[in-house]
Design a protein around this ligand. Structure first.
Ligand code: NAD
Ligand code: ZN
Length: 352
C-alpha cells in the first residue's frame, strides 16, 4: 500500500529478528477483504509504503536466541493476529485486542504485513504453529484468518444443538461461519448470498436454505420460512452498516447476533450503525450483540489444523483462483477488490 487508493511494489530492508521472534519466507499467501478495506476505503487511516497482507503459510528463515520450538526450514502456519501474550488485554482474555482496539492485528495494520519476501513474526513460540504433514497449501492458508474468524463467528453465536442459524454474507468468512455453525451443532442454517460459487460451497459446508438478499427482503424470507419465529443465532459476515437491521430483525428474543463483519467504510464517529428500535425489542428483548476480531496465536492454529486434518471440514474448495509466483500477488489482490462472481478466495503459491 503506497497510500490510500494506491498499491505498488517497493523495496524494503529485511526486518530484524528479536530474541523471541522469527523471520519467515512465504509459501502461500492470500489477500483478505480487510486488505481491500485498508487500501481502497482507508479503513484504518492513511498508511504510507506499508506492506499489505496477513494470511500466510511460510518457511522459517531465522529465529531469535530464545525461540525453543521452531528452527530455520520449518514449515509454519502464521496467524493473521499475533498478540502480545503477556499484555493486560490478553491476561483479561482478549488477546486480539492487545494494546488497544484491534491491537493484536499487527500485520498490515501496525507493522509491515506478509506480502513480502521476508516478514517478521513476534513471539514465535506463541504465534507460529507447525504446518501438518500432508496439509495442502491451498487448505492451510485458509486457517490464519478465514477459519479462525468464521469459526469465532459461530463460537460467539452460542449455537445449541438443533438451533436455527442465519449467516448474512457468504464470502469466505461467512462460508467458514456456516461450517462452524454446522460443527457447533446447528440444525437449520440459512445462507444469505448470491454468488453461485459461494452458494455451492455453502451447501457443502452445511447450509440448508439459500436466501438471496437481492431478490427480496432477507428478513421476510427467513421469517416466512420459520413460521414467523426468526432464528436463534445470526452470524453477520458481509454487507454495509444497514445489514445490522436485517440481523437484529431476523433474530428471536433470547438470540445472539454475532458480528464478524468489518465495517471499514465511513468517516469516523460521524457514521452510525443502525439498530431497529422495535426489532431490537425496544432494547430489552434479550437480543445479545457479540463482536470479535479473529483469534490468533499458536493453539488456535493447532486446533484449526486438527479440524482439517481429521476431515471435519475441507477449506480447499474456497481457493477458487490459485496463482503461482510471488509476482502474481497484485493480480490476486485486485481480484479480491473486484470480486467476480466465480471468486471465493484467491491464493498465491510461492516457490521456496
Ligand atoms: P466478501 O466480500 O467476499 O463476502 C461478503 C459478501 O456479502 C459479499 O458477497 C457481498 O456481496 C455480500 N453482501 C452484501 N450485502 C449483503 C447483505 N445485505 N446481506 C447478505 N450479504 C450481503 O467478504 P469476506 O472476505 O467473506 O469478508 C467478510 C467481512 O469480514 C469483510 O468485511 C472482512 O473485512 C471481514 N473480516 C473480518 C475479520 C474479523 O477478524 N472479524 C477477519 C477477516 C475478515
Ligand atoms: Zn483478514
Amino acid at each position: 500500500m503506497l497510500k490510500i487508493g494506491e498499491i505498488g511494489w517497493i523495496e524494503k530492508d529485511r526486518p530484524a529478528c528479536g530474541p523471541r521472534d522469527a523471520i519467515v519466507k512465504p509459501l502461500a499467501l492470500a489477500p483478505c477483504t480487510s486488505d481491500v478495506h485498508t487500501v481502497w476505503e482507508g479503513a484504518i487511516g492513511e498508511r504510507h509504503n506499508m506492506i499489505l497482507g496477513h494470511e500466510a503459510l511460510g518457511i522459517v528463515d531465522e529465529v531469535g536466541s530464545e525461540v525453543r520450538d521452531f528452527k530455520p526450514g520449518d514449515r509454519v502456519i502464521v496467524p493473521a493476529i499475533t498478540p502480545d501474550w503477556d499484555s493486560e488485554a490478553a491476561l483479561r482474555g482478549f488477546p486480539s485486542q492487545t494494546g488497544g482496539p484491534l491491537g493484536g492485528w499487527k500485520f498490515s495494520n501496525f507493522k509491515d504485513g506478509v506480502f513480502a519476501e521476508f516478514f517478521h513474526v513476534n513471539l514465535a513460540d506463541s504465534n507460529l504453529a507447525h504446518l501438518p504433514e500432508g496439509m495442502s497449501l491451498e487448505a492451510g492458508v485458509m486457517l490464519p484468518d478465514m477459519l479462525s474468524t468464521g469459526f469465532m463467528g459461530a463460537e460467539n453465536a452460542k449455537i445449541e444443538f438443533g438451533a436455527t442459524v442465519a449467516v448474512l454474507g457468504i464470502g469466505p468468512v461467512g462460508l467458514c461461519g456456516i461450517a462452524g455453525a454446522r460443527l457447533g451443532g446447528a440444525g437449520r442454517i440459512f445462507a444469505v448470498g448470491t454468488r453461485p460459487a459461494a452458494i455451492k460451497v455453502a451447501k457443502e459446508y452445511g447450509a440448508t436454505d439459500i436466501v438471496s438478499y437481492k431478490e427480496g427482503n432477507t428478513v421476510e424470507q427467513i421469517l416466512n420460512a420459520t413460521g414467523g419465529a426468526g432464528v436463534d443465532a445470526v452470524i453477520v459476515a458481509g454487507g454495509g452498516a444497514e445489514v445490522m437491521m436485517d440481523a437484529i430483525n431476523v433474530a428471536k428474543p433470547g438470540s445472539v447476533i454475532s458480528n464478524i463483519n468489518y465495517f471499514g467504510q465511513g468517516i469516523g464517529d460521524e457514521d452510525l450503525i443502525p439498530l431497529p428500535r422495535v426489532g431490537w425489542g425496544f432494547g430489552i428483548a434479550d437480543k445479545t450483540l457479540m463482536t470479535g476480531l479473529c483469534p490468533g496465536g499458536r493453539v488456535r492454529m493447532e486446533r484449526l489444523a486438527e479440524v482439517v486434518t481429521h476431515g471435519r471440514m475441507d477449506p480447499s474448495p474456497m481457493a477458487t483462483h490459485v496463482f503461482k509466483g510471488f509476482d502474481r500477488l497484485e493480480e490476486a489482490l485486485l481480484l479480491m477488490k473486484e470480486k467476480p462472481r466465480d471468486l471465493i478466495k484467491p491464493v498465491v503459491l510461492v516457490e521456496q
